[in-house]
Ligand binder design. Structure first.
Ligand SMILES: [Zn+2]
Length: 200
């Protein structure tokens, strides 16, 4: 019996031990000192066998238009586990948009994908940061409304304070702070949500 333990190995460059072609994304522990380094496809295949679930074929990318009509392309990643099916759409650039949904193991996977695409459509439809120009010609960022929905991402350059991804673009906390200067005296609420939650 394979122990269903998953460790994310991040940016590991080694090759999958099963298909020997794709990059390793997961480590599957078979016994105490025996583990398999697998790509996402092989990991999901093994996991599907173990859990008695069929992995439905689905598109691996999709594109949609954002709030200003710019086309955004997302890669879909699927992860099967004892807790269910996790789908993630990552924009094809560093620090871009990212959306995720979670479904039960026996859920309709096509429907789950539709849910992911709908979430990406909703999440890219609204602009939160807009650019203004001072009379001097100098450009500045400001809030488009009184709300910001974004993502917290590891800043690979500083590896300390996370970046805030808004409108599919990275901002530092300093840049965010500058955008809030015109709101001095107002209240602010910061609330954290799981990646798979719907945030309005
Ligand atoms: Zn593989």
């Amino acid at each position: 019996m394979i122990e269903l333990k998953k460790n994310d190995v991040g940016d590991c460059m080694s090759r999958c031990e099963h298909c020997e072609s794709n990059k390793t994304r997961h480590v599957l522990s078979i016994s105490k000192d025996n583990s398999l380094h697998l790509c996402s496809d092989c990991y999901n295949e093994l996991m599907a066998q173990e859990l008695g679930v069929d992995v439905e074929l689905m598109i691996d990318s999709f594109s949609l238009k954002d709030y200003e009509g710019t086309s955004r392309t997302f890669y879909v990643e699927k992860r099967l586990g004892p807790m269910g099916i996790f789908l993630e759409a990552n924009e094809n650039k560093e620090y871009g948009y990212r959306f995720a949904v979670h479904g039960e193991l026996n859920c309709d996977q096509q429907e789950l994908l539709n849910k992911l695409i709908a979430k990406a459509r909703r999440g890219t439809r609204k602009q939160y940061v807009k650019e203004g120009v001072f009379p001097s010609g100098q450009r500045y960022n400001t809030l488009a409304t009184n709300q910001i929905i974004g993502l917290l991402e590891c800043d690979k350059a500083s590896d300390r304070i996370p970046l805030v991804i808004i409108d599919g673009k990275p901002f530092t906390w300093d840049q965010l702070g500058k955008m809030l200067m015109s709101y001095e005296g107002f209240q602010i609420k910061i609330e954290i949500f799981d990646e798979t939650d719907d945030v309005e």
